[in-house]
Design a protein around this ligand. Structure first.
Ligand SMILES: Nc1ncnc2c1ncn2[C@@H]1O[C@H](COP(=O)(O)OP(=O)(O)OP(=O)(O)O)[C@@H](O)[C@H]1O
Ligand SMILES: [Mg+2]
Length: 196
């Protein structure tokens, strides 16, 4: 069984959490690492939680943290992508997960507003939605994240690579051949008659 870990992506809406988490996930999968993505949008679709008040967010993120902890215990590389604007939520997740890696997906509010993938910043500025992080709800920057991604300047690939390097550095990815590469090498050696 692999060693489980939790990559917790936090940042303003549209900073790039989902995009980068998906990229990292596909790199990890290529390396034969079992992964699971818990993403803000998909999880809220399932559990129909539309409460974005501080209390609502607290409760929601506590569920997510517990889910991540359980998956991590089973050897999964868990990727969590949530705005998670309050330090106390992220600190709670950190306190219950064994191998917790906080990834601050940093982007200026101006850049995020320009991206506005789902049109939410526009609605928030018009006052049509309330409690929108960055507009009328606070975002508490991480104080000591393990990784900072500067998505105003980096490409998605560069950011993903930074995460992978960190995982190598702290020993969650073995340097060397991936499972697929190993299989290919074995196949060739077998064809040449060196191994059974
Ligand atoms: N360096 C970068 N890293 C990540 N995303 C980038 C970068 N440059 C541009 N983008 C674009 O920014 C957008 C980020 O959207 P994404 O849905 O990933 O953000 P998010 O942080 O998950 O937002 P939300 O909190 O609303 O779910 C995408 O359209 C992505 O292509
Ligand atoms: Mg997202």
């Amino acid at each position: 069984m692999n060693k489980g870990f939790v990559l917790w992506f936090t940042g303003l809406p549209c900073s790039g959490k989902t995009t980068i988490a998906k990229k990292v996930k596909s790199i990890l999968e290529e390396k034969g690492i079992d992964t699971e993505l818990l993403d803000g949008d998909t999880i809220r679709d399932y559990i129909k939680n539309k409460d974005f008040s501080k209390e609502g967010r607290n409760k929601h993120l506590r569920y997510i943290a517990v889910m991540a902890k359980l998956l991590e215990k089973r050897g999964v590389g868990v990727l969590c992508s949530f705005v998670s604007p309050y330090r106390e939520n992220r600190d709670f997740a950190r306190s219950i997960c064994e191998n917790f890696i906080e990834v601050y997906v940093k982007a200026s509010i101006e850049e995020c507003m320009k991206r506005d993938v789902k049109g939410m910043y526009k609605l928030a500025k018009e006052g049509k939605i309330k409690n929108f992080t960055g507009i009328d709800d606070p975002y508490e920057e991480p104080l000591n994240p393990e990784i900072i991604l500067e998505t105003d300047e980096e490409t998605v690939e560069e950011s993903a690579e930074k995460v992978i390097s960190k995982l190598k550095e702290i020993g969650f990815i073995e340097e060397g051949y991936s499972q697929e590469e190993e299989e290919e090498i074995k196949r060739r050696l077998r064809d040449l008659g060196y191994i059974e």
